[in-house]
Write a protein that binds this ligand. Structure first.
Ligand SMILES: [Zn+2]
Length: 287
């Protein structure tokens, strides 16, 4: 292996005559053997580094593209995300909108909104590589997507300015943009998404902006419905089921509005139809 590497390097050096390494080779005062040793170590180190940084988390991602944020690749039953070595994307702590379905706008909010001031620096959450930098006039405005070595991707939207370019490697804490109000946004804020294989996860499962911390050293993603064993007990992963006890005078419409869910969801979860009659004391699942 070592010999193959050395041969590749010598070949590379023969093809690329310029650069520091080649210059070192030319310098007469250093012996040829010493030059080769020097070159090998530095070049090998940078070769390994480049390999590691070439495509972050390539073991789980099928490809590297500079388009399409949400490509929805099938999720594994479980995946452990290393949250150590994080940097909070903003020092601001105020959440102005949560992740999930918003009945008022009849659409899902794919991320968390954090209040920022125009001009605030936005930082990369973990080490990784810039996958997308783009502008969406009616959506994200100026935005950046980073694929991280830990397997998740983070998205930063409504920036007034992007400070990075595609395929650039970044370290956790590197400035990647300036906070702003571009795209579909009413007031300067950071729209922050966390994605696994193109699927949006609630950033609050990993990031606690209020306390400027992550939720733990690791976050274990589990596909809803999968069985797993914890402390010898079989558990089923999932969004927790939530219930409402019907009070007199309440309709499914009222209950749906109360919890910010769709009526249709309540029908489905409880095997009801719009014609079904609900009575006080009845337990209805709404989530
Ligand atoms: Zn948002």
């Amino acid at each position: 292996m070592k010999n193959i590497c050395r041969n590749i390097l010598l070949l590379l050096l023969a093809v690329v005559p310029s650069g520091i390494m080649a210059q070192a080779l030319i310098a007469e005062e250093v012996s040829i053997q010493r030059q080769i040793e020097m070159v090998e170590t530095t070049a090998l180190r940078s070769m390994l580094l480049n390999e590691e940084n070439a495509i972050p988390a390539s073991h789980i991602y099928p490809e590297w593209t500079n388009t399409k944020v949400h490509f929805k690749h099938a999720l594994p039953d479980s995946f452990r995300i290393d949250l150590r070595d994080f940097v909070m994307p903003t020092t601001n702590t105020k959440i102005t909108d949560k992740f999930g379905y918003r009945p008022r706008r009849k659409r899902v909010h794919n991320g968390l909104d954090i209040k920022v001031e125009r001009g605030d620096t936005i930082y990369a959450a973990f080490d990784g590589k810039i996958r997308i930098t783009a502008y969406q006039r009616k959506g994200y405005g100026h935005y950046v997507v980073i694929r991280h070595n830990n397997g998740i991707e983070t998205l930063y939207a409504h920036l007034s300015k992007k400070l990075v370019t595609v395929n650039e490697n970044v370290k956790a804490g590197d400035p990647i943009g300036i906070g702003g109000n571009t795209g579909r946004s009413s007031g300067p804020h950071l729209h922050f998404e966390t994605l696994l294989l193109g699927n949006c996860l609630d950033p609050a499962l990993m990031f606690d902006f209020k306390n400027q911390d992550v939720t733990g050293d690791f976050y274990m993603y589990r596909k809803p419905g999968t069985k797993y064993i914890e402390n010898g007990v079989v558990k089923i992963a999932g969004p927790k089921e939530k219930y409402h006890i019907v009070r007199s005078g309440e309709t499914i419409g009222k209950i749906a509005a109360k919890y910010g869910v769709e009526q249709g969801m309540i029908f489905k979860l409880n095997k009801l139809t719009p014609r079904s009659i609900i009575r006080p004391g009845q337990r209805l699942r709404y989530e």
